[in-house]
Write a protein that binds this ligand. Sequence first.
Ligand SMILES: [Zn+2]
Length: 305
Amino acid sequence: MKAALLAQDGSVLFEARRPTGREHGTDAVVTAILDFAADLADEGRGRFGSDPLAAGVAVPGTLDEKNGIAVFSANLGWRDLPLRKLLGERLAGKDGTAMPVALGHDVRSGGLAEGRLGAGRGVDRFLFIALGTGIAGAIGIGGRIEAGAHGYGGEIGHVVVRPGGPACGCGARGCLETLASASAVSRAWAAASGDPQADAAACADAVDAGDERARQVWQLAVDALADGIVLAQSLLDPSTVIVGGGLAEAGDTLFTPLRAAVTERLTFQMPPVVVPAMLKDTAASLGAGLLAWDLLSVTPPSDRA
Ligand SMILES: [Zn+2]
């Protein structure tokens, strides 16, 4: 878990990390979250002499953001967890008033932070794509994230780019994440190189070293990703595509061929600027902080300066 104390202008006052303790079960995870938040509030009181005004928490899985319920997370083991209520009560003031708490989805919160504080700063419309174990995305419009009618907006990882392709965890075949996630590249490079330990980072190194097999594995992922981005470009027409997650750590090894592959696929669409994410693995925690500030005002912090 990553956490931060965030000032009204979006600047980070304090950061901390803790394990979720998920090996001890769901109850332990929930206790760890609540304890972490309470300790962070104490840290803020000690450093700045005043109470935090609101809290935000971003979690993976499916959410009911309106009602503050973390509906399901296979990763963390919970089902229908009233996280907003639990956290509001735990952080209640001396008079017993619950603290305002925002509950957000981890990738959408990360996208929100990239949009306001990171690579999308000053950009009105962007698409954020996180290339990790899977592929997730967030659609940024006018300083907020479009979650869709059911909370699944931005799921570019499950756009089918290779019909009949590899089986995906979602039940479909040929989804983008079966071809261009860090895990997919790791699997493909392990198979091609004959080294079961070889991962996506090793594949990127081999590409840089001029290994032709690695270049082919890499290009298959780049082409799939470009197909997904061009589909999104046709639908959403963002000015900027922000790419983060483990695979983006490859830097120019990814971005140079990716920009070329996107450009050569465009017909009438205007080309997006394709840039690396800036906030790395703290993005979701900063986004949770922005959601907390949003509870207190509808004006994004970055617009107030
Ligand atoms: Zn899928």
